[in-house]
Design a protein around this ligand. Structure first.
Ligand SMILES: [Fe+2]
Length: 375
């Protein structure tokens, strides 16, 4: 039986219903209300200090009152909570909290190089608003070029620190892409590199990749980049069954040498919670032998190869030459990259690279552009 205490508040078995200023009626669960009393959060650390696991009894409202300050509830343990009405409005719909870093992705194609977002490193170091614009480009298009980079190791580190920290992988914090005498990776040869995302064998493949070009005087070696979101969205339209297979099936990736044996299971096409494509994970040189039922592979392999061929298509492939003093920054879970072969004796080619975390970049962005609950 429902008990009316205030004309605008109705108590029920598990919570209460309140008339909101917007005209909407909002239902709120009693546990949720008790857990999120404004006094539950420490004003200095901004962390929740209230411990709902140790309430003696399930929370029940004993009385309620609507005032100009909001909804006041007196609970069965004697605690009094007052909730501002705009707080209740915000959560009444039961929708995810608005995230300023969740910007819509804009797919791009082979002609993107003329429009690629560019940011000068000295300006980024001097102007936080410019850093916010840089991150916006990375969230929306997944790629941007930082220009005017100093020819130093520190130059790359200080660029990364504008959006996060250097995120190590199993081969360390930084990597140097140039021809090696005893290569452990195709990147360290002058051969062509097929289109790939980096180190999918890791449990969580690194997020943002930085490639700082320190020297590039060789013949050949053009950079190849494409937007995995654009390709996967096209596959979804052209061949929904292939799209389903690639977005639902986990395939094995590996990276193995004398002192490491890294393995993971990943989906080639990655989706967000709403089913939209966020990016891709692809690497033929790190794809392990598919340990899936052979009959299933009758369907999977054609889909995998179809997508792989699309990743070679001129429709998507942005071809350009990264110059010394430039650093290309891109989302390693979205942007697929490769390299044409080059002549190792024709000059010098040296890229220094590293990664940072995507979640950390989003955090940096939110702190720059939004008013948090505690400000
Ligand atoms: Fe790579």
């Amino acid at each position: 039986m429902n008990i009316a205490i205030d004309t605008s508040v109705v108590l029920s078995e598990n919570g209460l219903t309140v008339q909101l200023a917007s005209g909407r009626t909002g239902y709120f669960n009693a546990y949720w209300l008790r857990d999120n009393c404004p006094t539950s959060f420490d004003s200095q650390t901004r962390e929740r200090t209230f411990d709902i696991f140790h309430l003696d009894a399930a929370p029940k409202a004993q009385s309620t009152e609507l005032t100009a300050d909001g909804l006041t509830v007196v609970w069965n343990d004697g605690h009094r909570s007052t909730y501002p009405m705009d707080f209740l409005e915000r959560y009444a719909k039961g929708e995810r909290r608005q995230d300023p870093a969740n910007l819509p992705r804009r797919a791009w194609f082979s002609d993107h190089y003329a429009n690629i977002a560019k940011f000068s490193q000295p300006k980024l170091l001097a102007d936080k608003a410019e850093v916010a614009r840089w991150i916006e480009a990375l969230l929306v298009e997944g790629v941007a070029i930082v220009t005017d980079m100093p020819d130093s190791d520190e130059g790359l580190t200080e660029t990364v620190r504008l959006i996060g920290h250097v995120r190590p992988t199993f081969f360390g914090e930084f990597f140097d892409v140039r021809t090696h005498i005893k290569p452990t990776n195709l990147a360290y040869t002058a051969k062509a590199l097929e289109m790939h995302t980096d180190t999918p064998a890791e449990d969580l493949a690194p997020g943002m990749q930085f490639l700082h070009c320190r020297a590039n005087s060789v013949e050949g070696g053009r950079n190849l980049f494409l937007d995995g979101v654009a390709v996967a969205n096209d596959l979804r339209k052209e061949d929904p069954e292939a799209f389903r297979l690639l977005s639902e099936t986990h395939i094995p990736y590996y990276c193995e040498h004398d002192h490491y044996d890294v393995r993971s299971l990943q989906r080639v096409i990655e989706l967000d919670e709403y089913g939209a494509v966020t990016g891709v994970t692809i690497s033929q040189h790190m794809a392990d032998i598919f340990d899936l039922p052979q009959q299933f592979l009758d369907a999977y392999y054609p889909a995998f190869c179809k997508f792989g061929r699309m990743l070679q298509s001129d429709k998507y492939m942005m071809r350009f030459r990264l110059n010394a003093t430039e650093c290309i920054v891109f989302d390693n879970h979205r942007i697929v990259h490769g390299r044409a072969a080059y002549s190792a004796t024709s000059g010098e080619r040296y890229l220094r690279g590293c990664y940072s975390d995507r979640g950390e970049m989003r955090s940096t962005y939110r702190a720059m552009v939004s008013e948090s609950r505690f400000k």
